[in-house]
Design a protein around this ligand. Structure first.
Ligand code: ADP
Ligand code: MG
Length: 233
């Protein structure tokens, strides 16, 4: 489902250059569940932007759902995201002028799907926010906005879900609800999960945990999950 080969990413600043990723490789099978951990600033969000085609790598190749991103135009990349990927950004990216329900319905509207409001409401119900459907993002807490973003990522039933700290703003019970939703989709629909997280329990429910450090990924062996432990460096 995901194949990154020899990815490097440098950002050029006024008089210097920052190397964020260096000869990074990653391969995730269909139906895989992979967690990525790593210190703040190690490049986790950059990695997600590169693998969803929202940011170009300086060098290396990205293949998603059998399509090599470097061969696609930006419109074709947008189509690929629309058809195959659900993305939850660290900063949510909800549209302020649309209600929660309208935000969630947007991917369906773009695909000219039917019953968009009904499907959006069903998804909001699954993330525990049905009663907030007609509220605007500014009227919602950070955790509620995060759950709207999750509902929007899931509503078109993507084959791949890429989420940047999906439980980062949630209390334990709500975090559990979101985790169960993600792992049920993996088990029942074969949805591939790639999750950036500091949440030990979330990572331990994945098949593999990889640490991003010094620009590259390495395998981490995870201790068994303990209820209420939520810190990973
Ligand atoms: P993480 O998500 O692991 O906290 P990020 O991917 O957000 O890390 O950032 C990795 C590094 O890249 C940081 O040092 C950050 O300052 C730098 N960086 C990210 N985006 C840019 C950019 N557009 N221009 C310059 N530097 C950037
Ligand atoms: Mg980040």
């Amino acid at each position: 489902m995901i194949k990154l080969t020899d990815i490097s990413k440098h950002y050029s600043l006024a008089d210097s250059s920052v190397t964020v990723l260096q000869s990074l490789n990653l391969s995730v099978q269909e139906r895989g569940r992979v967690a990525i951990v790593g210190p703040s600033g190690s490049g986790k969000s950059t990695l997600l932007l590169i693998l969803t085609g929202l940011e170009d790598a300086t060098s290396g190749s990205v293949t998603i759902a059998g399509q090599a991103l470097q061969t696609l135009s930006s419109d074709q990349r947008a189509d690929l995201r629309r058809d195959h990927i659900g993305i939850v950004f660290q900063s949510f990216h909800l549209i302020p002028s649309l209600s929660a329900c309208e935000n969630v319905a947007l991917p369906l509207e773009i695909s000219a799907a039917s019953n968009t409001r009904t499907r959006a409401l069903e998804m909001l119900d699954k993330v525990g926010l049905l009663e907030r459907a007609d509220h605007y993002p500014a009227q919602l807490s950070g955790g509620e906005q995060q759950r709207v973003a999750m509902a929007r990522a899931l509503v078109h039933q993507p084959e791949l879900i890429v989420a940047d700290e999906p439980t980062g703003n949630l209390d334990n019970a709500t975090g559990q609800l979101i985790m169960d939703l993600l792992f049920d989709l993996n088990r029942d629909s074969g949805t591939t999960l790639l999750l950036v997280t500091h949440d030990l329990e979330l990572a331990s429910r994945c098949e593999r945990t990889l640490r991003l450090q010094d620009g590259a990924l390495s395998e981490v062996s995870m201790p068994a999950a303990k209820q209420g432990t939520t810190v990973l460096p």
